[in-house]
Design a protein around this ligand. Structure first.
Ligand code: NZQ
Ligand code: ZN
Length: 379
């Protein structure tokens, strides 16, 4: 195990009826910006619960954050922050709304010239407005980490940043708020959470047996409760287990002190930026290709995963069992299933990685050409 610092400042408030807990957590003395998406919180009653809990606090609403939140929209919210002297951001929705809030919070306090530099040039984020979250979609782990992913229309880019300054102060996770999710979003959430674990686990042995068991525990639980929560969306216990898995999959616990990969995410973000497929859809397509290309380096951990989670064996067993599980959730695993031409995607995305001089994976051995090879394998 390598040295590490584990610091997670987010208070998690978990369970039925917990939105009322906003009353004691949101500051009273500053105007709040209530940020949300495109209407789900109005139709499922979450907006009303939030409004009741906030009482008479000074509040400005900002709706319309898109899935794969856009820079252009976030910058409109930054104007609103300045105009109303907002002192606290409350995110109500899924990972996209929360990621947008993180960017808004950082951009509002950014001292450089152009806030886009936070994403494109890794300009450091030293300060941000405080953020609280009511999470309505288990998937990203954004409720308990300092990461955000933002897309820009004009350049068709999707880029990430991380900062300790943008961890939510608190996140309220009431599984009942997720009962209204369409099956596609539940499927996406299960796959995204699993791939978060894989990115921090399916690398090489690092003498970290507890990390391994934690990762395998999350995976095994998702394999057990995923199909249940898809089939019975209102089964509270299954939904609650799924929701907690998604948070623990990317709150820093599984990945600290061990090698991390993240190649699948990096390649997936470009597929979403260019072709508009959902984040999790991109991951399900790319992951088996990364495993196949890196089979030699990942052999030990993939064999351990195959055996401990699925009772299968070897790299082939790991890939086969994972693809079958994704398919059983209704998640396609090939580019063709999304109508994407693999040759074209490989050419375009190879070009992007070449321009970025990127080298991906736990060994930094996946160069632009290897990215192309991975995508061609996923036709
Ligand atoms: O727009 P609204 O009305 O909010 O509807 C959303 C949206 O259409 C809907 N939804 C959310 N909660 C609902 C609901 N519908 C009914 N009932 C509810 N309770 O679901 C749709 C998708 O929402 P979105 O927030 O986009 O999904 P998700 O939470 O999967 O977030 C995806 C975004 O997070 C990024 C992804 O790249 C993508 O942009 N990620 C963020 C990460 C992080 N911050 O750590 C890590 C991840 O790897 C990921 O990259
Ligand atoms: Zn993800």
């Amino acid at each position: 195990m390598q040295n590490f610092v584990f610091h997670n400042p987010t208070e998690i408030v978990f369970g039925k009826g917990t939105i009322a807990g906003l009353a004691s957590r949101v500051p009273q003395d500053v105007p709040i910006l209530l940020v949300y998406g495109r209407g789900s919180i109005q139709s499922n009653g979450v907006y009303d619960q939030v409004r009741r809990a906030l009482g008479k606090r000074a509040r400005v609403d900002f709706g319309g954050i898109e899935p794969n939140p856009r820079y252009e929209t976030a910058m409109r919210a930054v104007e609103r922050v300045r105009e109303h002297k907002i002192g606290f951001l409350l995110s109500v929705g899924g990972g996209s709304v929360l990621d947008a809030c993180k960017f808004i919070a950082a951009a509002a306090r950014f001292e450089g010239q152009d806030p886009w530099d936070i994403l494109s040039r890794h300009a450091p984020v030293h300060a941000a407005l405080p953020i609280g979250a009511v999470l309505t979609l288990p998937a990203t782990g954004s409720e308990s980490n300092g990461n955000a992913v933002i897309s820009r229309d004009s350049t068709q880019e999707k880029l990430a940043f991380s900062s300790r300054a943008v961890y939510p102060v608190f996140s309220i996770l009431d599984p009942e708020t997720t009962f209204s999710l369409p099956p596609k979003q539940v499927r996406n959430g299960i796959v995204d959470a699993m791939v978060h674990v894989f990115e921090q686990y399916a690398t090489y042995p690092a003498a970290a047996p507890l990390h391994d068991r934690l990762a395998e525990g999350i995976l095994t639980t998702l394999v057990e409760v995923g199909p249940k929560t898809l089939a019975a969306p209102q089964d509270y216990d299954a939904r609650a287990a799924f929701m907690w898995c998604a948070t623990l999959a990317l709150n820093g616990l599984v990945g600290c002190g061990v090698p991390n990969d993240w190649a699948t995410h990096e390649i997936g973000h470009d597929l979403t930026a260019l072709y508009g497929i959902d984040h999790a859809e991109s991951l399900a397509v790319v992951l088996p290709g990364v495993w196949k290309l890196c089979a030699d380096q990942k052999r030990d951990k993939l064999a351990q995963y195959a055996e401990r989670v699925f009772g299968a064996s070897g790299v082939e067993g790991a890939i086969e069992a994972t693809e079958q599980f994704f398919l059983s959730l209704g998640m396609p695993v090939r580019l063709a299933d999304h109508g994407i031409d693999a040759q074209e995607a490989a050419a375009k995305i190879t070009e992007r990685f070449r321009a970025r001089r990127a080298r991906l994976g736990e060994h930094r051995r996946i160069d632009a050409d290897a990215v192309g090879e991975i995508l061609r394998m996923r036709a």
